[in-house]
Design a protein around this ligand. Structure first.
Ligand code: DAH
Length: 336
């Protein structure tokens, strides 16, 4: 009987090692220590043994039963633990994927590109100039001499007596004309700087400068080009208004308004109830400027214009505070 018990124990422990799932363990458990199990059957047989053997054998058999029950329990727990671990790092392939945050161009960059593309389609070439500029190019060559009152128009950041942060993109006109002869057809986007900061001004802002010079260029050409520009950036219904103005480097000069894109001219807060929005400065290049760069004023005429890119973007997207463009708030920037 003792040997029988030992053999059963060996066999059961061996069998446990071979199971691969909890059901297997439960089946084994029933086979050995269940009501109809091998060990249970052995326990029953004890009553048939000689009386002197019964206590010892009974004790051994009961101990064996306990050990086996423990072994089965342990095996079950091991499976449970494995299952828990699997559940913990389970991969739910039905979950939607996590989108990657995509970067995009700053709204001002997008607007600059859109503006340049309109003019490129009209045959204008993109050029650039330095942000840190000679006083000569920024003022002098644009017919704004040192003591000219027009310099009051610009609150300038001076680097030194003769060097400034350019207050507009107009000096690029001079640089281009100095380096090539007509025909000239350029567009020059870039940063400009003025000592100014409020709801509609930032110390650094963007402008696009335009210049077209060749024989027989008239104010009509300027009007045609700018009208095409407004139609393509806003829409075909957008009309323009030219108001007489003054710039030292153009004559005649004009300030150009577009029909308010918000209220379509009916009058609203954005256009201060005038129905018009000022978007551009422009005019026919002043002969004094041509003389500065050595162009023949009898032969050539040209027009020039300059616009603030933020302003166009504000109108296009209905933004009321220019500073929003430069606060780097992703909630704002992600909308474009
Ligand atoms: N440079 C002017 C400014 O910043 C804008 C301007 C006006 C540019 C007339 C031009 C122009 O080229 O013809 O206020």
């Amino acid at each position: 009987m003792k040997q029988e018990l030992e053999r059963v124990e060996q066999e059961a422990l061996e069998a446990i090692k071979g199971v691969s799932d909890p059901t297997g363990v439960k089946t084994l458990k029933a086979r050995y220590v269940g009501r109809k199990g091998v060990v249970t059957a052995l326990l029953r047989k004890i009553s048939g043994l000689p009386p002197e053997e019964r206590p010892e054998t009974g004790r051994l058999a009961n101990e064996l039963k306990k050990r086996l029950e423990k072994a089965f329990e342990k095996a079950l727990q091991a499976f449970e633990a494995d299952r828990g671990e699997l559940m913990a790092d389970a991969l739910d392939v039905t979950l939607p994927g996590r989108p990657l945050a995509r970067g995009r161009m700053h709204p001002i960059t997008q607007m600059t590109k859109a503006i340049c593309e309109v003019f490129q389609r009209l045959g204008f070439e993109i050029v650039e100039g330095p942000d840190v500029e000679w006083d000569y190019y920024n003022f002098e060559a644009l017919n704004i001499p040192r003591d000219h009152p027009a310099r009051d128009m610009h609150d300038t950041f001076y680097i030194s007596e003769n060097i400034v942060l350019r207050t507009h993109t107009s000096p690029i006109q001079i640089r281009v004309m100095e380096s090539q002869s007509p025909p000239v057809r350029i567009i020059a986007p870039g940063k400009s700087y003025r000592v100014d900061s409020d709801i509609s001004h930032t110390p650094m802002f963007f402008q696009v400068e335009g210049l077209m010079v060749q024989e027989n260029i008239s104010f009509g050409d300027l009007k045609g080009v700018l009208t095409t520009f407004a139609h393509q950036i806003f829409d075909e219904e957008t009309s323009l208004r030219f108001r007489p103005s003054f710039f030292p480097f153009t004559e005649p000069s004009a300030e150009i308004d577009i029909r308010c894109v918000i209220c379509r001219g009916a009058g609203c807060r954005v256009c201060s109830h005038t129905g018009w929005l000022e978007v551009l400065g422009a005019g026919m290049v002043h002969p004094a400027v041509f003389e500065m760069v050595g162009y023949d004023t009898d032969r050539y005429t040209g027009f020039a214009f300059g616009m603030g890119i933020e302003r166009i973007a504000m109108l296009k997207y209905g933004i009321e505070d220019i500073r929003k463009f430069y606060e780097n708030d992703l909630r704002f920037l992600e909308q474009f």
